[in-house]
Design a binder for this molecule. Sequence first.
Ligand SMILES: *Cc1c(COP(=O)(O)O)cnc(C)c1O
Length: 409
Amino acid sequence: MTTHGFETKAIHVKTPKQDVHGAIKFPIYAGAAFAFESAEAIEDAFAFRKPAHAYSRVTNPTVEAFERKINALEDGRGAIAVASGMAAITNAVLNLVKQGENIVSSDAIFGNTYSLFVHTLKGLGIETRFFDVDKPDSLSKLMDDKTRVLFLETISNPKMNVPDIKKLADMAHEKNIAVIVDSTVTTPYLFTGRPAGADVVIHSSTKLISGGATGIGGVITDAGNNNWSGFPALKPYAKFGKWAFLGRLRSEVYRNTGACMSPHIAYLHSLGLETLALRVEKTCENTLKTAEFLKGQDQVISVSYPGLLDSKYHEIAKKLFKNRFGGVISFRLLNREKCFDFINRLKLIKRASNLGDNTSLVIHPASTIFHEFSEKEKEAMGVTENLIRLSVGIETVDDLISDILQAME
Ligand SMILES: *Cc1c(COP(=O)(O)O)cnc(C)c1O
């Protein structure tokens, strides 16, 4: 691994083969299949004896270039790009957990991830046990000899809580439980799995990585902390040694479930990585200013953002995320009606269910992303009727603040 800085690596990571024309941006290899010189050469490729691209659902040169870049930025062991953030979570979990086993997860997670756990995986005989990351001791009671994964988000939204990842990971590792961290909102620029004790880091690259919502994608990185020896689901893959997680994923779970990243998306998301550091810096700066402004407004009952000095997550977030706090704020107005009024009056900030775009986005989580859940479930996830989520973009911050101000008047 080079000793280059993040911004340099995001631009200069070497691809295994250079483009024949010397194209500076690694080209899009859109095709499905690649031809070989001989039957022996194709046999070698299938046996993983010689790395080669055979079929784009399994590997593709443009997707590989993106995977290499991500892995360099994560300082990981290797990365595999997938069709979406949800595909990343599904693949990572199915690679480690089977029927009759269980997962422990933070109760404040992305709505679709929650639904994957309580509906889809439950139907496959995989149970999820939820705990409150503010009460780390409650984790101990939930882990047993069938627990395979601890699942966490770096900064959950809209609850905006920040787990003490290192402490929780240490608790899990004592029981040979793998730690998967969803770092979508923090990106590889603010958070790397290795020092924090994560075994696997996943991203929805749809968000900040994409360069501004340019398309749906995801990525799974083996953070390099776990040698996987004796991990139950990976025992048949012991021949891969410490590469067992990636080996099983590539040769079985990823290949068979078919949620591969398209080369077109890999091209766009690689481009996004080149400017990630600049955009995340700007977003974090804008978000802190916006959060401070919201705090001073009479109509605003509370503001959750780990960058605020009085946030109970401020100290831990500062340590984990290099003194930056991400681009998402949640805040409360009097009631649902006030929230809808405010959202409808915004002129610049768009009403949309995404985050990490260049443009600022607002949503009322209770009536949208979390609409399928019961009142009790919503409450556990911190989703109340008077809550608004704001994803702050990279516009001129004064324009954002003016828009918020006119919508509150
Ligand atoms: C958006 C998001 C996902 C899902 O990603 P998709 O690319 O939409 O599938 C997962 N986790 C978090 C934290 C997200 O914000």
